[in-house]
Design a protein around this ligand. Sequence first.
Ligand code: ADP
Length: 195
Amino acid sequence: MFNLILFGPPGSGKGTQSENLIKKYGLKHLSTGDILRSEIAGQTALGLEAKSFMDKGQLVPDEVVIGMISSALEANPEAAGFLFDGFPRTTAQAEALDKLLSLKKTEIAVVLALEVSEEELVKRLLNRGKTSGRSDDTSEEIVRARIVEYHAKTSAVADYYRQFDKVESIKGEGSVDEIFDALCKQIDVRMEEAI
Ligand code: ADP
């Protein structure tokens, strides 16, 4: 199995690049944001709980998202590997993920961290809000709250994986194709090493 984390602040392009990467490498895409939004659309109890956090730009509690990822791993026993997008977002989530993967006798091969300036992030998110229908993208206050959460809780996830030498930083500004090529280069190097 080849598992990777696409890491970066909100608006750094994880969703866009994930779509292209899963096609090229045949990985299963696990986006906690997408799973949470489908729970909200289905008006489940989990969705209702999550919505109250998401609407404020706050992270959903760890136990909720860890449970979701655990079920998703179980539901895909045949996957050639997983691309985690928007997860893990806290060190506790990273530790839980490592445990879940080690039970499956596998691990994270690489964390690809997209680097984008804060002003560019805010611009992209508010722009996306005009068409995405995502309520958390329409107000600058919520967008900025998400970036604050990222610095307070999520950026530490990169430090966690840095101790295992798994993090590669990628410039997340430029054309979608340029960024895709840079991501693929790093994946190819790590895949070679894994053989
Ligand atoms: P973005 O990367 O643009 O912020 P996501 O779709 O990844 O968008 O996440 C949207 C919201 O869903 C987050 O602001 C957060 O409230 C919630 N969320 C998604 N993934 C997680 C996670 N792993 N842990 C906690 N909350 C999460």
